[in-house]
Design a protein around this ligand. Sequence first.
Ligand code: FE2
Length: 292
Amino acid sequence: MKNQTITVRPLSAHTGAEITGVDLAQPLSDQTYLEIRETFNQWGAIFFRDQDITPTQQLEFARRFGNVTPDDYASNLPLVDGYEELKEIVRKPDDPRNVGGFWHMDKCFMPDPDMASLLYAKELPPYGGDTMFAHLGAAFDALSPGLQATLETLSTVLIKSRAYGDGGTPAPGVTAEGYAEALEKFAGIEATHPAVARHPETGRKVLFVGPVYSDRFAGWTREESLPLLDYLSGILTRPEHTCRFRWEEGSLAMWDNRAVAHYALDDYPGHRRSMHRVTIQGPWLEPTSAAA
Ligand SMILES: [Fe+2]
């Protein structure tokens, strides 16, 4: 489809595209919506700049793509005043750790993760705070046919508390008390997903292995799983499989948790960063025919 209403500028070969020609404060025409949706499917992460939108307009844009529901699993994040579906992702100057500062797909530790996340920049540090994206389909394509076939028979167990530490060692920026609290608070929050799955809209196969949340392959021990998980994480986050988005005030990013992993860089100590986030539910990844 040739775009009639928007202009698309890819950021890299595999993921990330900037879209211009749209004012998100206005209702989207059906044609513009279709062109944005197709760009979203093709690139996994899309970006708009210089948008001046209210929380209500952000929610209206999100609702064109799917159901918007309150994000109960980010209970430690404040709500934007008056909006139960809108969270403020805020990093205060003295916070020891930023939110999402490791490679992950949002809520991949749940049986039914969010299809997409939509982040709008409100307040930015003078430097840093970029977000990186890595394409799960590019990672799958980079593997040998033999490893692809093997992975298609496996499932991965993903655990929420893994973000706070591993094997008794707290993650960077997490205190021993914070790690112990997380283990207790998030006990039992985990899910098993096929290691390779099919994107429901593009049909493309993706490697659904979260570098931090993945604990093991189902039926394997942690010790047996780690070498392969580490190898796959290295492929997924290979620089050539990524793009890096530099935020400006008024930037809005929307990414597909079925197609990309992301990483919020923690390189602005002593500064404040505030974003408004909406999460969108939609059709989830489908098993491939080879899945166990
Ligand atoms: Fe995230």
